[in-house]
Design a protein around this ligand. Sequence first.
Ligand code: HEC
Length: 692
Amino acid sequence: MSRSSWGYLLSFAMVAMPAVHAETMVNDTSLADESNTTNWLSYGRTYSEQRYSPLKDIDTTSVKRLGVDWVMELPKDRSLIGTPLVVDGVMYFTGSYSVTRAVDAKTGKLLWEYDPKSIEHAGDRLVNMWDSSRGLSFWNGKVIIATIDGRLVAIDAKKGTQVWETMTIDPRKAFYITGAPKVFRGKVIIGNGGTEHEAARGYVTAYDADTGELAWRFYIVPGNPADGFENDAMAMAAKTWTGEWWKVGGGGNVWNGITYDPDFNTVLIGTGNGSPWNRKIRSPGGGDNLFLCSILALDADTGEYKWHYQTVPGETWDYNSNMDIVLADLKYGEQTIKALMHAPKNGFFYVINRKNGELLSAEKIGKVTWASHIDLKTGRPVEIAGSRYEDGEETVWPSTFGTHNWHAMSYNPNTGLAYIPSIELPATFTDTKVDLTAWKSPHGHVSVGVEFGTEDSPADIGAASLQAWDPLTQKQVWQVPLPNNWNPGTLTTAGNLVFQGRADGEFVAYQAQTGEQLWSVNLGSGISAPPITYSVDGKQYVSLLVGWGGGGLIAGSLSAQHGWSYKTHPRRLYTFALDSTVPVPASPPPHFPQALDDPNFVIDPTLAEHGKEVYSQSCFLCHGGGAVSGGLAPDLRASPIGLAREAFADVLIKGAKLANGMPRFPKFTDREVDGLMHYVRTEARKAVAASK
Ligand code: HEC
């Protein structure tokens, strides 16, 4: 064939190409492209994690016309807290136990479903795990998920079949994953949780995104010096620890915030709290305990240490820095600084120069009583005496939920504001009954070296709000009160809007500069996931997973106040568009479980006291503080199973309900089972008496 006929064929082929959309290559270029309007390619939309979309068809005027376009029922799911991705008209999302689905983003039609069989893989490690997954990654034709039991799995995005799988944790350890893996430069990185369940030494690992082969690993805290340090950073960190910290792990687990910064080819890691929480045990001679509660900057290619900024030196309150890390170019007069914004649990909002980790500013975004302020010269908090429960007990703000938790904030470059879901709650820390020298790390139950309140929290103990915060002036611009303590993350758009779901089931749009409420709809279940927006064929959509869940539902009556009850309220994926009029499907009314009592059951107070202790170590994370369920698992006070010794033991010892996420406790003694029974009966009897 002559050269010219090739040319003819080529041009013909180009003209005759079907009118499909050009396929987006999900790689470093597209993930860094803030101007892309159609897709939502990563957890925070783009590498900046701003959760800001340039889409503006839905704006402050048109938002009134927003209606339900399609709904997907998810009856098998429970806790839905994830951020979906959208790539070229296909939406990918993780539900309970990281079950992953691809759906047509225009119609909601299921394209494929992949079940990583997390419960089977977790086995008896399920006792440590929540069923939630915050999200997933997309790289080069593959969807990459993390499972609660510790695996990374790459799935072919078109076929829904597994491409590779790798175990990221030592399965003998009580670690778990709830966070979204993050991709950059052909690698995928993940950390894990577990500081409360184990002598935990946190770390992050980067793998080859195409093969799953390990590329590099970075430990957050130093190990035993006698074994030698992995790198100079660990040797430096070890100087800030005292005693034999490696025996209790040290902690620092990275269970959420990881951001890739393409400007400096750095991965920014938000690190966790101590293992155990109480520094008197962990590092008895004091010390900052690097790199706990820090932003740690690592070279993306090698995992080498670049710089760090520690938000809580010597942490002792579970004030981790695992919250999201948002990148922006901030203008200080004539100077533009490549900054990061971070609102960790500790109650301050930080702006940091991401070139070198220099602190630019830090101010309180809520009630904080552990520190008066951050000294900008030293970059260190100025602590308030007594807050470290030096004499054995202290009530401090914020609580272990933090002023801000993992519910992601968004940042709108047009308004210059960050939109933060925030919480105001106290916690009382007591270690008077803890043997500080003989304390032993747990394995498979919760023990943190200090009591922090695992009993019922009254519904009115605190407050919550959505805040618009100006990072330049470090001042609040507006604030809207929110119900409960557990409200999800935000989305902001070029339509001058902020979207947020709420604990009471409302999904709301606000004017981004003023906080004026412009639109809302009630979706009939508590909302725990952040919304996203995208477009298909030029039409803008907004999507949101609805399913009350996540680890924050442990607060008893505080979490239970809206009546979102295990299995009663539907789990759904909603998508909205302008002028769409699909009715919101019906939901049952709020349900408040009624406690059961058997007057013939004779409660043994000693057994009940023992059961209370076992409950707070092994049950409260799912069934709620003080046996009051926050909606994540059945309320045990209302369960008939708790009235029958044999049925109760079958559930606990034999795993009669394992397939539905109720773990087995095969090693429980008769006394532990009896204790739990007597404790549940005590709480049930109290509730029955109170309702009369
Ligand atoms: C990891 C989360 C988790 C933990 C930890 C957990 N549970 Fe459960 N539990 C569940 C879930 C989910 C169910 C509901 C299973 C179903 O739908 O069948 C459940 C169900 C039950 C039931 C049956 C209730 C009924 O009426 O069907 C009992 C009893 C129970 N759990 C007791 C306990 C006790 C006691 C502990 C602590 C020793 C505990 N659970 C720890 C998640 C958990």
